[in-house]
Design a protein around this ligand. Structure first.
Ligand code: WT7
Length: 655
């Protein structure tokens, strides 16, 4: 733990000592956190009444638990998520801006007020009803970043339908699998997408996927580029504009139970098949609302900018639900950090006077590399809190963010959470926490983190210790199940260490009790903050007819955090392409099966893989070789063929 001891700690940021006064300070953080663990019923009951608007009040705060995997919060209550995110603000102040849409080409931006949002959500909700979508039905949303993505989520929620957003970078095969798995009958997409000046053929990807989705009856198509070569299939496809414009501008929100699912979001686990993580309505809304308010110290007139994509959980929680639950303005950003130049993010902050800015370490590292001049020329004085999420942030990137973006005036929040946790669970609070670059610091309300010994499962107590990170008690926004596979939910999260929720991450606690996240201890990779399963990439590679075996490991990368390194062996009778053209074929196979963001940085075709005598591939050895630590392999004599190690080292060095 020596590496954590010497770091500088940063006091409360200057801008957080001015007006508006932060919601939380050091002493209220400590007392509220203690109260949230000691009297959870009282603590959460009060917040749920304050922050959510209920159609039917709840009587019970918590029910069930980790033992039986039957966690439930506010079980008798009924409410509607879109009412909570839209109507209550639209009635109070219809002209307040809900969404700023910053299009790919700079100079093009649009604003949607809460009043307009209510009309748009209502019209789409009415259209979905007409298509026969009912409470509990799934709707697939395959949309790039556009205001209609937010409208779609909320329109589903308005009628109690369950949205399942598929990131628009996924291939048609991935889209097909998810559409079939969640039994959707309606898909929402665009004619094309625009990102970083490039065009994404979303509609044709949908067309390819739907060839094998017999249940889908309707496709709603947002016109984004207007490219006339994009065809609508008669009887199945309709333009968004046509579908919505004929509908009435109000749709009554359907009250649902607190525990009814709000959405399914697929995520990669340690086995091949992605899991449909299911989130509840009330608990999820409370978690996202509360973390936006406290982790980002949001006040009424703030403009919140989360640069993630709505296809990931960060976009769900911190572009859509969390900011709108607080009635503030949220940014929908269609472009990239470097389009048309590396000052795009800062131009956006400057232009819209953004108050909270939230991005991933990979973007911070990229922009740091591209030079200070891009950030220094922007006026960033509107910012108060700047956040990081998705992977551990290295101290150099943290300090650059603090100095050049925060100008040493803003709170930096390194927020740790997961698709399954629904909202941020370990994080500094702007007015309360002294920060240390690289540490996610302290638990949020209701979170009781523990470090467990991975072998014995016993709690590792005291400070300056390491272990696997687990959480002791249920919290409102945690996922409730895996769609159609509750057993897998239990096996992945609740059974590995009985009585705890298992995160899959390793972590350390330093001398001050601060938590440092070290990364996954399972077969999950984190590339640019995108979560990928090694097993999923391996099974894609094996679908190439020539591949006999595949082993995928992480290698460190300066910008993306981790990068993918794939080792393959070819079948004995394989007589197809070799070298570069084989590599190209393998890349194509991955792009087709998963999507371009899963492309390996290196693909190494080896004569054999390091295996034990019983035939098990020793990924540990490959991991070391790929990370340039091939000289630290230790004893390899137990391998079936120890000589393969040197051959693989040589091939890796050549790539
Ligand atoms: C995994 C979850 C929900 C956030 C976006 C990714 C890693 C996330 C941090 C952080 C260190 C982090 C963990 C986690 N991670 N935030 N602040 N510091 N690691 O969501 O795709 O569900 O991935 O991202 O490894 O388990 P996800």
């Amino acid at each position: 733990m020596a590496e954590y001891r010497e770091v500088q700690s940063f006091p409360i940021a200057p801008r957080l000592t001015q007006n508006p006064k932060p919601h939380v300070n050091d002493s209220t953080y400590k007392s509220d956190h203690a109260a949230s663990l000691k009297n959870p019923d009282e603590f959460w009951g009060k917040l749920a009444r304050e922050m959510l608007s209920w159609d039917v009040p709840f009587r019970t705060v918590r029910a069930g638990g980790f033992e039986n995997g039957d966690v439930a919060w506010f079980p008798e209550g009924q409410l509607n998520a879109s009412y909570n995110c839209v109507d209550r603000w639209a009635y109070k102040n219809p002209d307040k801006v809900a969404i700023i849409y910053e299009a790919d080409e700079p100079g093009n931006h649009e604003e949607v007020t809460y009043g307009q949002l209510l009309v748009q959500v209502s019209q789409l909700a009415n259209a979905l009803k007409k298509m026969g979508v009912k409470k509990g039905d799934s709707v697939i949303i395959y949309l790039p970043m556009c205001p209609q993505a937010i409208v779609s989520l909320l329109a589903c929620a308005r009628i109690g339908a369950v949205h399942s957003v598929v990131f628009a970078g996924f291939s048609s095969d991935s889209l097909r699998d998810r559409t079939v798995d969640c039994e959707a009958r309606v898909v929402i997409t665009t004619d094309e997408g625009k990102r970083g000046g490039r065009t994404i053929a979303t509609k044709s990807i949908v067309d390819a996927a739907l060839k094998e989705c017999p249940k889908v009856e309707h496709v709603i198509v947002v016109k984004r580029t207007g490219n006339e070569s994009v065809q609508l299939q008669k009887g199945r496809d309709q333009w968004w504009g046509d579908v919505c414009s004929r509908e009435r501008a109000f749709c009554p929100p359907v009250p649902v139970n607190s525990e009814d699912p709000l959405f399914i979001l697929y995520t990669s686990g340690s086995t091949g098949k992605p899991k449909g993580v299911v989130h509840s309505t009330a608990g999820y809304l409370l978690g996202t609302a509360l973390t936006v308010k406290h982790v980002f110290d949001v006040h009424e007139n703030d403009k919140f900018a989360c640069m993630a994509d709505v296809g990931w959980i960060t976009g769900h929680s911190y572009i859509c639900y969390g900011p709108l639950m607080n009635g503030v303005t949220t940014l929908v950003f269609e472009s990239t950090p470097v389009y048309p130049t590396a000052s795009r993010y800062w131009d956006v902050v400057d232009k819209h006077k953004i108050t909270q800015f939230y991005t991933a370490p990979t973007s911070i590292r990229l922009l740091r590399r591209l030079g200070e001049e891009h950030v220094n020329k922007a006026d960033l004085s509107s910012l108060r809190v700047i956040g990081s999420v998705g992977e551990p942030i290295n101290p150099e990137a943290w300090e650059w963010y603090n100095k050049h973006v925060g100008r040493e005036q803003c709170a930096i929040v390194d927020t740790y959470w997961q698709t399954e946790t629904g909202s941020i669970i370990i994080t500094p609070l702007p007015g309360a926490t002294k920060t240390k670059p690289g540490s996610a610091t302290n638990p949020f309300w209701g979170i009781d983190p523990v470090l467990l010994d991975p072998q014995t499962g016993k709690e590792v107590t005291g400070n300056e210790v390491e272990g696997v990170l687990a959480i002791r008690n249920p919290w409102p926004s945690m996922a409730r199940t895996v769609f159609n596979d509750h057993q897998r939910y239990l096996e992945t999260y609740l059974h590995p260490y009985r009585g705890y929720y298992f995160t899959g991450d390793g972590a350390a606690r330093d001398k001050d009790g601060y938590i440092w996240i070290k990364g996954r201890v399972d077969d999950v990779l984190n590339v640019s903050g995108h979560r990928l399963s090694t097993a999923e990439i391996e099974s894609a590679l094996i679908s190439h007819p020539g591949v006999a075996e595949a082993a995928v490991v992480a290698m460190p990368d300066e910008t993306t955090g981790q990068a993918i390194c794939a080792y393959v062996t070819m079948k004995g009778d394989y007589d197809g392409a070799t070298d570069d053209s084989l590599t190209k074929e393998l890349v194509l196979v991955i792009r087709k099966n998963i999507g371009p963001f899963a492309t390996p940085k290196r693909i190494i075709v080896a004569p054999d893989l390091p295996k034990t005598r019983s035939g098990k591939i020793m990924r540990r050895i490959l991991r070391k070789i790929a990370s340039n630590e091939g000289d630290q392999l230790g004893d390899v004599s137990s391998l079936a063929d120890p000589s393969i190690v040197d051959k693989i080292k040589e091939l890796t060095a050549k790539k």
